[in-house]
Every structure is written in C-alpha cells, then in structure tokens.
Design a protein around this ligand. Structure first.
Ligand code: ATP
Length: 235
C-alpha cells in the first residue's frame, strides 16, 4: 500500500457572505492521487468552496493550505459550461495552448507545441484543431477547456460541474481521460457534481455539503438515502 501524501488541507474553513453563512468549520485533507466528488444541493456552497480553494475568495475563518508548499501545487480548473462567442477568432488548437504562452515567450516552444498536439489527440480534438472555437459544439468546447487545463500539467484538477451539460457519451469520454491521468500521473481531482451515479463510477471519496454541515467518506458510503436526506432537509 502506498503512503498518503497530502496536497491540500482545509483547516476550520468557514465562509459567510453578508447575512448568509455558507459553510463553517470545514476540515478536510486531500492526498495526492485521490479522486473526490463534491456533492450537495443547489446553492449549498460547492462553487464558493472551490473559489476559496483557488484563493479567489478569502475565507471568513480558517485557512486553505497547499502542501508541501504553495509552489508545489499547480491547479487546473475547468468551469461549468460557458458559451464562447461564435465570432471568437482563436482556433481550437490556439485555445488549448493559450495559457502556455506569456511569461517567457509570446509564442509556444517546440516542446509546448508537441504537448498541445498530444492533448488534442487525447481529447479527440485533432481533426477539429483548425476550427474556430466559437463554431465548435458545446461538447467540443468543453473538451477544449479540459485540454487547456490539462496541457499545463496540473497536479490538482478541479472540475466544477464541467460535465453537467454534456451527453452521456461525452461525459464518459472526458471522465475516462481524467481517470486515466489520475491513475497514471497521480493527478488529484476534485469533481463537483450533481450526478451521483457518475460520482460513484469515477471517484473514490466524497465530500457532501448540506445546510447543516459537511460529511466526508469513501464513495461507497454515499448512499441514496444520504443524498435524498441531504436534499429533503432543505425543502
Ligand atoms: N459573491 C457572493 N456574494 C453573496 N452571496 C454569494 C456570493 N457567491 C455565492 N453566494 C451565495 O452563496 C450560496 C452558495 O453559492 P454556490 O454558488 O457556492 O452554491 P453551489 O453549491 O455551487 O450551487 P449550484 O449547485 O447551484 O451551482 C448561494 O446562496 C449563493 O447565492
């Protein structure tokens, strides 16, 4: 059995928007290579938690620690489906490599171009690589967002309801790829989802947010009863 190496630790984390507590005293340790689902009904605070983990929001209490140091954690983030203007001029290939350019050179090195091509292939986008991304279908756009996040070689990937608008085949294709990288390259994944069967199929652990508090455990402990109870309590 391999030993567990923490990559992310939430300590007594709490978030309150003015007059509106979202979560409180949340403690969680995520280890390298783990695949977590983050579940809970609409409005319970899943995206707020992800934005706090990304340091986009400052928690009201507690803290988010990247381990062993902030520099050791490279985060990839794939948001919920967002449409892209049909006139947007970048090709799918340029879009996938967009975040690789910038800080050293304004163009991609040969190695970076090869990484983009490999990622286009892995996400099944090679044949469409020259198509303007604005003209791609919803599923193709979402694959391009995933490819853009993965090409940066993150060691922590956050999928924030990224598969919600996709058909079952495309969902499976994307999550199969994420699972493959999770298993071969020890990628740690946080998968925010309302799709409990999908969570059971791909993830190993769950964090469930409810208005009363949080619960975490092995995915086989996420029973239907627990999910229904969590949702019913809020009605
Ligand atoms: N910047 C903000 N200021 C005030 N309230 C906010 C802000 N962002 C989110 N909220 C509120 O905090 C609560 C949690 O929102 P959040 O988007 O995190 O929920 P969620 O669990 O991701 O929901 P969903 O499943 O519908 O995407 C909601 O009531 C939302 O209206």
């Amino acid at each position: 059995m391999t030993s567990k190496t923490p990559i992310l630790q939430l300590e007594h984390l709490g978030m309150t928007f003015p007059g509106h507590p979202v979560f409180n005293d949340l403690n969680l340790t995520i280890n390298r290579g783990e695949f977590w689902s983050i579940v809970g009904e609409n409005g319970v605070g899943k995206t707020t938690l992800m934005r706090t983990i990304l340091h986009q929001l400052r928690p009201t209490t507690g803290k988010v620690n990247y381990l062993p140091s902030v520099n050791a954690v490279q985060i990839g983030y794939v948001p919920q489906f967002r449409n892209i203007d049909s006139e947007y001029p970048l090709t799918i290939r340029d879009f996938v490599g967009l975040n690789l350019t910038g800080w050293k050179l304004p163009w991609l090195s040969r190695g970076e171009r090869q990484r983009v091509e490999a990622m286009l292939k892995q996400t099944g986008l090679t044949k469409l690589a020259n198509r303007p991304i604005g003209q791609a279908s919803g599923g193709e756009k979402q694959k391009a967002y995933l490819a853009q996040a993965l090409v940066e070689r993150p060691n922590l990937l956050i999928l924030d309801e990224s598969t919600a608008s996709l058909d079952p085949v495309t969902k499976t294709e994307l999550l199969d790829l994420v699972q493959q990288i999770n298993q071969t390259l020890d990628l740690t994944v946080l998968f925010v989802t309302h799709d409990i069967p999908l969570a059971r199929r791909y993830t190993q652990q769950f964090l469930m947010l409810t208005p009363q508090g949080t619960e975490q455990g092995a995915i086989d402990q996420l029973t239907d009863q627990k999910v229904w109870r969590g949702e019913a309590e809020h009605v």
